[in-house]
Design a protein around this ligand. Structure first.
Ligand SMILES: [Zn+2]
Length: 278
């Protein structure tokens, strides 16, 4: 199947009221687990990698593998570059043929986030590449020296100003989720999401989705979230599956991990309501 773009998949998700799952990968087992899950569920899917994950799988080989896996899939698959802070990493994805990239300027001042996001949109758009940006900040990412970023909620009025000034195609919003493993039960601000939805006519993205309840996901998707990023739940499933298997050969450990990631991905695609849409 020809390569899909995130823009195409999210347009369909919006029209038919489901959430598209985005899954980060650093190796072939992860990619294969996601694609098999999507094919078995007859679901579109978005796969990719992020700047912080390139130390586990360098862009020069994970990029082409992601693209090839997407082309070979029997369901629509888009390839996206997740959280990226460096201009040259974005350029590598543009050159490789990724359909979309995320520039994360959420740690910067509002003005600087606008300036840099708009600059990247100016390069990505003429190449037909979609741009995801983040406004407010979904905390929990490593900011160096063991510091975990704090949450800053997205302001609906500022969100409108942001997409108008930057030309961002997809907006990651901060409504109470946190990256990584939750230390306490997350409290989602669905009123805030409704406020952003009312102002911003672009697909909205939920980060920090791992650990939310099924109802949380469904309420967010009903409230206008078109794309849900999932990573921690997947790697946790893999780790739990192999933790007790000390006597297995390496290749069998890989297989156990892949099976667990497949199950975790299937589970998410069903909760997001993207199963049986293709
Ligand atoms: Zn994220």
């Amino acid at each position: 199947m020809s390569l899909y773009t995130m823009k195409e998949i999210l347009a369909d998700a919006r029209k038919r009221n489901y959430g598209a799952g985005f899954f980060n990968a650093v190796n072939i087992e992860m990619i294969r687990a996601y694609i098999r899950a999507a094919e078995d569920c007859r679901s579109p899917i978005i796969i990719g990698t992020a700047e912080a994950l390139l130390k586990y799988g360098d862009f020069d080989w994970i990029g082409p593998v992601l693209l090839q896996a997407a082309r070979l899939a029997k369901v629509p698959v888009a390839v996206h570059l997740d959280h990226t802070y460096r201009f040259d990493t974005i350029m590598r994805a543009l050159r490789a043929g990724f359909g979309s990239v995320m520039y994360d300027g959420s740690v910067l001042s509002y003005e600087e986030n606008v300036r840099r996001s708009a600059e990247i949109a100016g390069i990505a758009h003429p190449m037909g590449v979609g741009l995801e940006c983040e406004l407010g900040k979904v905390g929990g990412l490593d900011e160096g020296e063991g510091v975990r970023g704090e949450n800053i909620y997205t302001d609906p009025g500022q969100a409108l100003d942001f997409v108008e000034k930057t030309g961002a195609d997809f907006l990651a919003v901060s409504i109470g989720t946190v990256h990584g493993v939750y230390r306490e039960t997350p409290k989602l601000d669905l009123n805030r999401l409704a406020g952003i939805r009312a102002k911003v006519n672009k697909p909205l993205v939920l980060h920090g989705g791992s650990g939310l309840s099924d109802d949380d996901f469904k309420n967010c998707i009903k409230g206008g979230i078109c794309k849900v990023n999932i990573y921690t739940d997947i790697i946790t499933a893999a780790a739990n599956a192999v933790r007790k298997e000390r006597d297995l050969a390496y290749v069998d450990i890989n297989e156990k991990a892949e099976a667990a990631m497949y199950e975790a991905a299937v589970d998410k695609l069903k909760i997001f309501g993207s199963d049986n849409t293709y």
